[in-house]
Design a binder for this molecule. Structure first.
Ligand SMILES: Nc1ncnc2c1ncn2[C@@H]1O[C@H](COP(=O)(O)OP(=O)(O)O)[C@@H](O)[C@H]1O
Ligand SMILES: O=P(O)(O)OC[C@H](O)CO
Length: 496
């Protein structure tokens, strides 16, 4: 009987269930969008039960679509939108509040308080992160502060906290409460040096330790599906990682210095820094990429909050395009933006600026500006933001980056990929299989279960990348970057 690996990719906008074969080829795929709730300006929430049901329904669809039986699944890998926080009742399995999504700013006041109390250096030193509502710790505190009676219940050991991986493991296994090292490192309460939940930070945030999951290897045994959750089958879950780390693994960036950049809703750039924690002096995050047996791999990360979603803004907000794909034709229909720059700081700016008050701006408008310049400038802004991250990364790692691997929905755009290569003066490789995040989770699962022998076997399945090579003159590059820097500066200055 032919066996497969099932990867669950639970992303911010959608859940995907993907079935891979031994040659790492996609055999079946199913997708389901997730409802986003915006209860107040800046808040983003999701229904954790809807997320769970989307996982069940996409698994079912992916199996049925290609007549694959549940017992043909060798093992399961899970990858997830990171930082998004769920707290549930251990007995009933019911969430006590909506899932608070990574973008949500509802714990800003708690962050302001932490900053005022002077905890910035301590938090950075212990966790590799910055004080920002982005990370789980202040979201947990917010839920415990706002849901009546929850802190007492938590202290009695009746509640469980998890990022989405933990939530799904709990539901699939019926009781297992675990997470992996990559997800734990996004919580603001995990010490990435001694690999322990940090008592001092837990104390500062008033989070009872009893609600935390056990942290285990990214490629390891997390538990077995219950017959109820998986059509009567007991299938092992053997791979778990946050989606950006899973993408780094799926792109086989297993050597120190290798860089992967995802171009989805936001853009996330991760560099494998081997077993070293590189403490950034340039606004980057230090994080755990994965842990497999006695090998722990760290990464430097830069997070751009608005990437492909700026293209959605052109479509749904300004309504100057009908589909994201149109931006490519529009951009290529003119020789330049005529000096137009878009700075899509719609939810502030992430790495390297971490400016939460910044608002978006457009510069260089003339009477002749139309959708062509705006589309081109919006695509270029995605590449400029990734460039800013890469420059910060080079400064921290003290090494030039000769090549990045690119993945995610927006990489389909040829103009964007070529401009990225041009503006950074580096090669940009785009893989044939775009679902590298799910592939990473599948690899983690299949390596532990013995489906694949080792990384060398997986490496043989590597597809050739499309490589975009820089073509722009040095003079033009310098001139364009100068304009971008002025635009960002002016955007940050504009705080009436
Ligand atoms: N042809 C295109 N050109 C530019 N951006 C695109 C194109 N197609 C899709 N996108 C963008 O890619 C994003 C979706 O990518 P995806 O990797 O699925 O995101 P996520 O994993 O964050 O949900 C959307 O923001 C969309 O606007
Ligand atoms: O689900 P994505 O692809 O938007 O990724 C979200 C990131 O994990 C947030 O840190």
């Amino acid at each position: 009987m032919k066996k497969y690996i099932l990867a669950i990719d639970q992303g911010t906008t959608s859940t995907r269930a993907i079935i891979f074969d031994k040659k790492s080829k996609i055999i079946s795929i199913a997708n389901k969008e997730i409802t986003q709730f915006y209860p107040k300006p800046g808040w983003v929430e999701q229904d954790a039960n809807e997320i769970w049901l989307s996982v069940i329904s996409t698994i079912t669809q992916a199996l049925v679509l290609k007549n694959i039986l549940p017992n043909q699944i060798d093992s399961i890998g899970i990858t997830n939108q990171r930082e998004t926080t769920v707290i549930w009742d251990k007995e009933s399995g019911e969430p006590i509040y909506n899932a608070v999504v990574w973008q949500s700013r509802q714990s800003q006041d708690i962050c302001d308080q932490l900053e005022k109390s002077g905890y910035e250096d301590k938090i950075r030193q212990k966790t590799g992160l910055l004080i920002d509502p982005y990370f789980s710790g202040t979201k947990i505190k917010w839920i415990l502060d706002h849901v009546k009676g929850s802190r007492e219940k938590a202290k009695q050991g009746k509640l469980a906290f998890g990022t989405i991986d933990s939530w799904l493991i709990y539901k699939l296994t019926g009781y297992v409460h675990k997470t992996d090292y990559s997800n734990a490192s996004r919580t603001l309460i995990y010490n990435i040096h001694n690999l322990k939940w940090d008592d001092e930070l837990l104390d500062i945030l008033d989070i009872p330790k009893s609600i935390l999951p056990e942290v285990v290897d990214s490629s390891g045994l997390f538990g077995y599906t219950t017959p109820r959750s998986f059509y009567g089958e007991k299938i092992k879950i053997t791979g778990v990682a946050g989606d950006q780390q899973a993408s780094l693994f799926g792109q086989l960036c297993s050597k120190e210095g290798m860089v992967n950049s995802t171009y989805g809703t936001g853009c996330f750039v991760l560099m494998n820094t081997g077993n070293q924690i590189v403490q950034s002096k340039n606004g980057m995050l230090s994080t755990i990429a994965w842990k497999i047996k006695d090998q722990i791999i760290y990464a430097l990360e830069g997070s751009v909050f608005v990437g492909g979603s700026s293209v959605q803004w052109l479509r749904d907000g300004l309504k100057i395009i009908a589909s994201a794909a149109e931006t490519e034709k529009l951009a290529e229909s003119i020789p330049s933006t005529d000096g137009v720059y878009v700075v899509p700081a719609f939810v502030g700016l992430g790495t390297p600026y971490w400016d939460s008050d910044a608002k978006g701006a457009i510069f260089g408008l003339t009477r002749g500006t139309d959708e062509r310049q705006l589309a081109r400038a919006t695509l270029e802004a995605i590449a400029y933001q990734v460039m800013d991250v890469l420059k910060a990364m080079e400064a921290d790692s003290k090494k030039p980056i000769p090549l990045i691997k690119a993945t995610g929905g927006a990489t389909i755009n040829q103009y964007l990929m070529q401009f990225q290569a041009d503006i950074m003066n580096i090669d940009v490789g785009r893989p044939e299989i775009m679902e590298t995040t799910a592939l990473g989770a599948a690899y983690l699962a299949g390596l532990e279960s013995g489906y694949w022998k080792n990384i060398d076997e997986i490496n043989q399945h590597k597809n050739d990348d499309d490589v975009f090579k820089p073509k722009m003159s040095e003079a033009k590059r310098k001139q364009l970057i100068k304009g971008w820097k002025m635009a960002v500066e002016a955007t940050r200055f504009f705080k009436p």
